[in-house]
Design a binder for this molecule. Structure first.
Ligand code: FE2
Length: 284
């Protein structure tokens, strides 16, 4: 018997690869987490770390700042945030694309938000035997500048054998059609993994496992918009293809994501995200 999700919700997840659970967190909890994120940005000096994160290319991947962020709190800027002189063209609060990738282990408020007994129950309902909190990100998706994220599977980046990654995506602000909500290819998790992003001898590389491209967006496949009011939890199967468009609206679309893996699976040393031996990934 499921302990948090109903049996019909578990069946929906197995069929679709995604669940949207409104009102999972309170508006106050969401606001407090976003405020904490902005406090962290206050302490960030963009001139020290001019790394640009782009969801459409992998140039950031060669940057050690990214590769060594698995156990840290680090800041990644929007592609359009820097001028030709390498200086920010806007206030840094509107220029940070995301913070990653160990907010859940390095900040007490994020740890409390993430280590929620209901999430442990949900993970168990979905078959996770030994949940490990592998990765967290605060994605700002700021008004006017928030970048697009091209269609991908989370298992490309957080790969285990067998696949076990589970995405927990919290809407800290309303995610709408106007401000770049996620879209998912419903049922696409049943199609297998298309690529792996892995450490190679000459830096990070993408290994193609399936050459067939994703169905054309938005009409070529069963793409559904994941409209999610603030406080919603979106649960994403690690093999589910998903994407989001740019935010050209006047409203930001902040979200917090937490990715779990199952400790009973194999986690290869070739994955980009590696934790230090004295700082292992932990559970709830
Ligand atoms: Fe993703």
């Amino acid at each position: 018997m499921p302990s948090f999700l109903s049996e019909s919700k578990v069946a929906d997840f197995q069929r679709d690869g995604v669940l949207v659970l409104p009102d999972f967190k309170s508006k106050a909890e969401c606001a407090a987490l976003l405020q904490r994120a902005h406090e962290l940005v206050d302490g960030f000096a963009p001139s020290d770390f001019p790394t640009v994160f782009s969801g459409t290319d992998q140039t950031h991947a060669r940057d050690a700042y990214f590769l060594e962020s698995g156990g840290e709190i680090r800041f990644f800027l929007e592609t359009d945030a820097l001028g030709p002189d390498g200086k920010l063209v806007r206030d840094k609060h509107g220029a940070v694309n995301k913070i990653g990738h160990a907010l859940h282990d390095r900040d007490p408020l994020f740890s409390g938000f993430s280590r929620d007994a209901r999430l442990a129950a949900l993970a168990a309902d979905l078959g996770v035997v030994q949940p490990l909190l592998l990765q967290s990100m605060l994605i700002f998706k700021s008004a006017h500048i928030g970048g697009e994220v091209s269609c991908h599977q989370d298992a490309t980046y957080l790969y285990t054998e067998p696949s076990s990654v589970l995405g927990l995506w919290f809407a800290l602000e309303d995610a709408t059609l106007e401000n770049g909500c996620m879209w998912a290819l419903r049922g696409g998790h049943r199609g297998g993994l298309k690529s792996r992003f892995l450490r190679g001898s000459a830096g990070m590389q993408t290994q193609i496992l399936d050459e067939v491209p994703w169905p054309a967006f938005p009409d070529g496949g069963d793409y559904i918009p994941l409209v999610a009011p603030a406080g919603s939890l979106v649960v994403l199967h690690g093999l589910l293809p998903h994407l989001s468009g740019p935010n050209r609206s006047s409203k930001s679309r902040a979200a917090y994501t937490l990715h779990l893996i199952d400790g009973v699976t194999h986690y290869p040393a070739s994955n980009w995200l590696q934790r230090a031996a004295n700082d292992p990934v932990r559970g709830f």
